[in-house]
Ligand binder design. Structure first.
Ligand SMILES: N[C@@H](CCC(=O)N[C@@H](CS)C(=O)NCC(=O)O)C(=O)O
Length: 231
């Protein structure tokens, strides 16, 4: 059985991608959570990940004697191992499109990624409004994401029709857009809803909402909870 090492579901956008692919395609795996430390460079997270992966990051997939890191490499491996399932679309042109938009996500959208870190529990719509007004590059990136989503074959469907790796790559984007309440067209809102209704996405979100951990260096916007706030 595969072993997938991930970090906190609330924060770890890269972990979410292969986890969703494994769940969505019903591929049996054991999940191993290595939580981020509360403060940067503390705790055992880094040494625990380095013990299995020289890159020192999650996600990591272990398949017997094969160790894979990097979400895209993991998803490509899974697609290769399960050719009978359409992890990538079966149609050649659609598959090429799915690969391009996944790679575009993997290597791009730096403003969205750095300014709007994934934080499923948080309602950061006020922060989102401010960022939206101040950051033209963020607006351009969201515009590009909307145009990618608008190319999906059916308004109520996924990026290439049925759920595939490309959707798993855009799932954390959906989480960010929700937390930061960034303005979206009706078509993009429909895609957000389609994603939210996917059983695997729901499972990930539910688990993220249950988490108690507060990772200080991934919380640039929410005020730290004081004992008084919690009472
Ligand atoms: N490109 C990598 C990025 C992996 C990554 O940055 N993972 C984060 C967690 S979401 C991590 O492990 N950060 C810990 C660190 O950098 O020390 C992938 O696709 O898997």
């Amino acid at each position: 059985m595969y072993q997938l090492y991930i970090a906190n579901k609330n924060y770890s956008s890269w972990s979410m991608r292969p986890w969703l692919v494994l769940k969505a395609f019903d591929l049996p795996f054991k999940e191993i959570m290595l939580p981020f430390p509360a403060e940067r460079n503390t705790g055992t997270f880094k040494q625990d990940v380095l013990a299995i992966n020289p890159n020192g990051k999650v996600p990591v997939l272990i398949d017997q004697d094969v160790v894979l890191w990097d979400s895209l490499a993991i998803c490509e491996y899974l697609a290769e191992q399960h050719p009978q399932q359409a992890l990538w679309p079966t149609e050649r042109k659609l598959r090429a499109h799915a690969r391009c938009i996944s790679a575009e996500m993997h290597s791009g959208f730096t403003h969205l990624r750095s300014d709007c870190g994934m934080n499923i529990q948080a309602n950061l719509s006020e922060v989102g409004q401010r960022l939206w007004q101040q950051n033209a590059q963020l607006r351009q990136e969201v515009e590009r994401i909307e145009s990618i989503w608008a190319q999906r074959p059916h308004a109520q469907g996924f990026l290439c029709g049925a759920f595939c790796i490309a959707d798993a790559f855009y799932a954390p984007v959906v989480m960010r857009l929700l937390s930061y309440g960034l303005p979206l067209s009706a078509s993009a809102q429909q895609y957000v809803e389609t994603m939210r209704q996917h059983a695997a996405v729901q499972q990930w979100m539910d688990a993220a909402l249950q988490e108690q951990a507060w990772v200080n260096y991934l919380e640039p916007y929410r005020p730290v909870k004081t004992p008084k706030d919690q009472s």
